[in-house]
Design a protein around this ligand. Structure first.
Ligand code: PEP
Length: 258
């Protein structure tokens, strides 16, 4: 994943979550075809993180194209007696280059702590994958004025010591904005992303300005230009609007038309 010294190259990553049968790969094919058209959003990278059942097939389809493929989660171990889990090494073996870790749905539904998320991110790095580390406050935490405190703490505790600006991506996803159609204001996003960048610079040094910092939570074509235009927003993590090629591509067309 490349990034210039000044502003990182944006990444728009679609998280299909537990959605998508084999027939759904037609949507990914349409994304691949549009990305191959000369001049289409050439300034941004694209990724789809499908369910595990489609990973290998999508990775094969995407090979040699502009579409990158990511996993949605990984185990901390390389292999072992962990029924139902997938290791980072297995994802890499399937042709994947990145993996989401610490999504709020994993943190909430599977009681994943930041310490566990850090171990998963470490496993991803060890397998040569880019961890996309998700952090974000709940509605209650925002109402209590704890947003910056919560997000800084999650980042500090989730970021591996081996992370650097080129091998790690961070996604700020306010929990209350995921799948709700609600988004923070551009001013609120700017405040949180500035705080995250500051924390990253403290941890990684001034080169942390090159680490890709995504915003996620109800991103769609109609709000993409505004949200992607906010300082320190280097792309998006997209749920619902990534399932249909036309919706996903609309985000690129609005925010990264070239
Ligand atoms: C997500 O779950 O990462 C997400 C951002 O979902 P949505 O875009 O649907 O809010």
């Amino acid at each position: 994943m490349s990034a210039s010294a000044s502003r990182p190259r944006p990444l728009v990553a679609g998280n299909w979550k537990m959605n998508g049968l084999k027939a759904g790969l037609a949507e990914a094919r349409a994304v691949i075809a549009r990305l191959a058209e000369p001049g289409f959003a050439t300034g941004a990278d694209a990724m789809i993180c499908p369910p595990a059942t489609l990973l290998a097939e999508l990775a094969t389809l995407a090979k040699g194209t502009r579409l990158q493929v990511g996993g949605q989660d990984c185990h901390t171990a390389v292999s072992g007696a962990n029924t139902g889990d997938i290791s980072a090494q297995m994802l890499a073996d399937a042709g994947v280059t990145a993996v989401i870790v610490g999504h709020s749905e994993r943190r909430a539904d599977h009681a994943e702590s930041s310490a566990l998320v850090r171990k998963k991110a470490e496993a991803a790095l060890a397998a040569g994958l880019t961890p996309i580390i998700c952090i974000g406050e709940t509605a209650g935490e925002r109402q209590a004025g704890l947003t910056l405190q919560v997000v800084r703490r999650q980042l500090e505790d989730s970021l591996p010591s081996a992370s650097n600006p080129a091998n790690t991506v961070v996604a700020y996803e306010p929990v209350w904005a995921i799948g709700t159609g609600q988004t923070p204001t551009a001013t609120d996003v700017a405040e949180v992303h500035a705080a995250i960048r500051e924390t990253l610079v403290k941890r990684l040094g001034p080169g942390a300005s090159a680490l890709r910092l995504l915003y996620g939570g109800s991103v769609k074509a109609s709000n993409a230009r505004e949200l992607m235009g906010v300082a320190n927003v280097d792309g998006a993590l997209v749920g619902g609007a990534s399932l249909k090629a036309s919706d996903f591509l609309g985000i690129f067309a609005e925010a990264y038309a070239s």
